[in-house]
Design a protein around this ligand. Structure first.
Ligand code: ADP
Length: 426
């Protein structure tokens, strides 16, 4: 019987009874039969209800008609759910086994950031509590940066914090969203790595400071000698010029290293003030300065500025990045190349772009250009007096102004350096 069809037998019985009751003039019989049918239906509904709430029990009766169809469906869902629950349990226990002896602390969190599971090593990192299960992550690691990070829910990059209850331990937290609103948290202790990189940076800063004074003294001697160069023998003239040139180069390197270390220090982050900047004025001043250099090299500089667009950022840092990008465009492109400067809207952001039609940069270098001292090793670059710190400074300056840096380049066609500022921040 096709159980999707209305119960034909039932309709047949009712019709036959009605006909018999009418024929024998016995309405009472019809009433009794209808009540019996209703009770039978009610009993089937009760049996279905019992199945729904105690699905592991056997059905009370053999269902007919539509009820058989409903029972069949319920049974199918129940079997599917049982299988799903079983396989979930298996996956969950496999997951626990795999992460139990994982060298890093691993926590499984629910959507309220409460701990559902943790591996034993996690206790070393988490605040001392008698019970971890069901505790909020923010109780176990109370830190304002973590609170803000969880509020924003942008887990594309890990968050780094210093453990509040265990001084001088620096941890990195990587959140991985799982199905069912669960989140896997993997914690790494990066104290040693951070301290090493900090001491390397401190070393560079200290050396730079120490070198600054002797270099100023050298420069103090080299400059007057250079202005009186005609009084010296030709072999001394060459030596004086070289000393002056190399001292200047070292001074530039030291200055850039000090700028970079200031930008990287936490103090700088706290001291940087943001204000509304007249970008037209700032860019025009930078371009005027750059044109003095470009006059000797024959570079053509074109400027396209939307005057209405002001920027909320730090003017000293913005000038620093504009100068660096402009200088690079002149320094790293052949003579007489074209340079275009744009300040405009780009989608939902504001963009400062420096574009050139120079030799371009091969794709393998692009991701490394903002590393300290990274230079594309072409013979042209080696002789142009660069330090390899310019783009690193640009990247850090942008970070302090809530901007993002992007480099696009094609060998033989030129390069484009894009500083993107989110409109929401302005
Ligand atoms: P540098 O002091 O050498 O200019 P940067 O960090 O500013 O250091 O730049 C890193 C490298 O990127 C440069 O050495 C150069 O090879 C490459 N570069 C930067 N700007 C350009 C450009 N406009 N065109 C081609 N190469 C560039």
């Amino acid at each position: 019987m096709n159980t999707n069809q209305p119960d034909v037998r039932l309709v047949g019985i009712i019709l036959a009874c009605s006909f018999a009751a009418y024929y024998f003039e016995q309405i009472l019989i019809l009433l009794v039969i209808i009540i019996a049918i209703l009770m039978w239906h009610y009993y089937q509904i009760y049996a279905i209800h019992r199945l729904l709430y105690q699905s592991d029990k056997k059905p009370l009766i053999l269902f007919y008609g539509l009820f058989a169809e409903i029972y069949l469906r319920i049974n199918q869902y129940y079997l599917y759910w049982k299988h799903y629950r079983h396989s979930r349990r298996r996956i969950y226990s496999r997951f626990q086994q795999s992460f139990k002896y994982f060298p890093n602390p691993v926590l499984l969190l629910d959507k309220q950031w409460q701990v559902k599971w943790y591996n034993p090593i996690s206790k070393k990192i988490l605040a001392n509590e008698t019970q971890y299960h069901g505790q909020s992550l923010l109780t176990l690691i109370p830190h304002p940066v973590l609170t803000e990070y969880l509020r924003e829910k942008n887990f594309s990059k890990p968050v780094v914090i210093e453990l509040p209850h265990k001084q001088q331990i620096i941890i990195e937290l990587q959140f991985v969203s799982l199905i069912n609103d669960e989140t896997l948290l993997i914690i790494s202790d990066i104290t040693d790595k951070t301290n090493l990189s900090r001491s390397q940076k401190d070393f560079i800063t200290n050396v730079s400071h120490e070198l600054k004074t002797p270099l100023t003294v050298l420069m103090g001697f080299a400059e007057p000698m250079l202005s009186e160069i005609g009084q010296f023998d030709p072999q001394w003239q060459y030596a004086i010029k070289t000393i002056h040139q190399q001292t200047q180069k070292m001074q530039q390197l030291i200055d850039e290293l000090l700028v970079l270390s200031r930008l990287e220090s936490q103090d700088a982050v706290e001291k940087i003030e943001l204000q509304s900047i007249d970008m037209k004025l700032l860019i025009e001043q930078a371009v005027d300065d750059a044109k003095l250099i470009a006059a000797n090299t024959g570079h053509q500089i074109e400027v396209d500025i939307d005057e209405q667009l002001t920027l909320h950022a730090n003017p000293v840092l913005i000038r620093l990045l504009v100068d660096n990008l402009l200088r690079n465009a002149i320094k790293h492109t052949p003579e007489s190349c074209h340079i275009w400067i744009y300040w405009d809207k780009c989608g939902s952001a504001l963009c400062f772009i420096v574009k050139d039609n120079g030799e371009g940069i091969a794709p393998r270098h692009l991701s490394r250009l903002t590393e300290r001292f990274y230079r594309v090793d072409s013979s042209r670059n080696r002789n142009n007096g660069g330090t390899g710190l310019g783009l690193s400074i640009v990247k850090h300056a942008l970070k302090h102004c809530n901007g993002e840096f992007e480099i696009q380049s094609e060998v033989g066609r030129g390069s484009e350096f894009i500083c993107r500022f989110n409109l929401l921040d302005n």
